[in-house]
Design a protein around this ligand. Structure first.
Ligand code: L3W
Ligand code: SF4
Length: 442
């Protein structure tokens, strides 16, 4: 049985409610931190834990916190990124829905560590029902003295607000999120300066994902060293995985980092293997932004080692034979899936969500959408495949924010590993025009 941290109390009936949460040890980390630790000691524990940001980039959380300049005299802020919009990723909504006080508790301790007195949770507009759950939880936290003035008589003040986005994927990018929170259009800013230096209202700001902040209470209750013992190498702790697609048991799972992809995929406790026992065609291990893996690189790296669910192992071989843990959106495809259609679907998404500030992304995502559409519908030309390759290669690394990269990587990986499917589409257009899109031609 794998170690549970975030889901430790998930099975307790009524854990969504404040009284039940509190009776089962909830808010103990706030008492411990505020009464017995200095803010810098809290930061140290998070650093010791080796915890890495769970939004996709895996940046060391304690290091990010230590970039906050507490001597500038400027107010500091924690902003929790709850704008979960990555296709294939639905773990934050699960966490906030089922155990909302875990996030509030973590946000209080994290704000204390940053010496922030005004913090926010920015939630995606489509999660309106969770917005209401969080508002209720925050109200209960205020009513019970965990938020507001002079918390637990320690002299520490904190106001926490939940703010609803308006349905744009790009607002999950931290600087676009900040712009949106300031009431402006959610256009990403050029970095540096990073938010830790100049964030919300140009004040030092830490933006962390829901899962990251929800882990902080466990780290404070049990110590950073204990957390660092879980996991593998520099991938410490546990990770929430959103599993979807052609598997027997889709859902949200907490795994210990370092578990083999084979165990996660085949074990009945997790994915349970292929739905209807059909052949496996591909896996995207970290949400639609990361490269798709063909069968030969899903369970083994190019060196023949077991592929593990960790930051290092999943990216082993770079994006040629590897991928990325990303946000943990594990999407499985069987032999009936059309890779061209899937790639077009992703490109259409990125085209729609591009904010339009930089030309390579604004124009490139549009061109890729258009070309993939014509290939998919049987109007593709032989030269389109190389044209697609050329376009994606000119987007990557040439944009303000990672959306450009995220739009190019899935296209590059699909062509690299499944080129013959693209070629089939352009060579046999009459079959493509007539077919059922979800059944492969022989
Ligand atoms: C101060 C420095 N701070 C880096 C901070 C930076 C940020 C964090 C990571 O993109 C990825 C993206 C998506 N001084 C710093 C510093 N920081 N250097 O560290 O930064 P970065 O630039 O590596 O990544 P990012 O801009 O945060 C995130 C990928 O995640 N992704 C998307 C997932 C989407 C969701 C969702 O919908 N919930 O998770 C999936 O793979 O493509 O590459 O805080 O400020 N010198
Ligand atoms: Fe906007 Fe795309 Fe540029 Fe990001 S890469 S700033 S989404 S145009």
């Amino acid at each position: 049985m794998a170690r549970k941290i975030l889901f430790e109390k998930l099975d307790i009936p009524g854990i969504q409610e404040y009284e039940v949460y509190r009776k089962n040890g909830g808010y103990a980390s706030v008492e411990k931190a505020l009464k017995t630790m200095t803010p810098d000691e809290v930061v140290e524990q998070v650093k010791t834990s080796g915890m890495r940001g769970r939004g996709g980039a895996g940046f060391p959380m304690g290091m990010k916190w230590s970039f906050i300049d507490k001597k500038s005299g400027k107010p500091r802020h924690l902003v929790v990124n709850a704008d979960e919009s990555e296709p294939g990723t639905f773990k934050d909504r699960f966490l906030m829905h089922h155990i909302p006080h875990l996030l509030i508790e973590g946000a209080i301790v994290s704000s204390y560590a940053l010496e922030a007195n005004l913090s926010y949770i920015y939630i995606r507009g489509e999660y309106m029902w969770i917005f209401k759950i969080l508002e209720k939880a925050i109200k209960e936290a205020y009513a019970n003295g965990w938020l507001g003035k002079n918390i637990l008589g320690t002299g520490y003040d904190l106001d926490l607000y939940v703010h609803c986005g308006a349905g744009a994927y790009i607002c999950g990018e931290e600087t676009a999120l900040i712009e949106s929170l300031e009431g402006k259009r959610g256009n990403p800013r050029i970095k540096p300066p990073f938010p830790a230096v100049s964030g919300l209202w140009n004040e030092p700001t830490v933006v962390n994902n829901v899962e990251s902040i929800s882990t902080v209470s466990w780290i404070i209750n049990n110590g950073g060293e204990e957390y660092a013992k879980i996991g593998i190498g520099r991938s410490t702790g546990t990770k929430l995985m959103s599993a979807s697609g052609h598997i027997k048991n889709p859902g949200v799972y907490e795994i210990e980092l370092g578990m083999s992809v084979d165990e996660f995929f085949n074990s009945d406790e997790y994915c349970g293997g292929m739905l209807d026992d059909r052949p496996l065609k591909a896996v995207i291990p970290g949400g639609c932004s990361v490269p798709i893996l063909p069968p030969q690189y899903i369970f083994k790296t190019a060196n023949g080692e077991d592929r593990l669910l960790s930051y290092e192992s999943l990216s082993d071989g770079g994006f040629v034979t590897g991928s990325s843990l990303g946000s943990g959106g594990f999407i499985v495809y069987n032999d009936t899936a059309c890779i061209v259609r899937n790639t077009w679907n992703f490109s259409r998404f990125f085209h729609h969500e591009s904010c339009g500030q930089c030309s390579p992304c604004r124009e490139g995502t549009g061109w890729m959408d258009k070309i993939l559409h014509r290939i998919e519908t049987g109007f593709g030309r032989e030269e389109d495949i190389d044209l697609l390759w050329s376009i994606q290669s000119k987007i990557e690394g040439n944009t303000i924010c990672p959306l450009g990269d995220a739009a190019s990587w899935p296209v590059a990986a699909a062509i690299r590993h499944f080129r013959e499917e693209f070629e089939y589409h352009v060579r046999f257009p009459e079959k493509i025009k007539d077919r059922n899109h979800f059944v492969n031609e022989p």
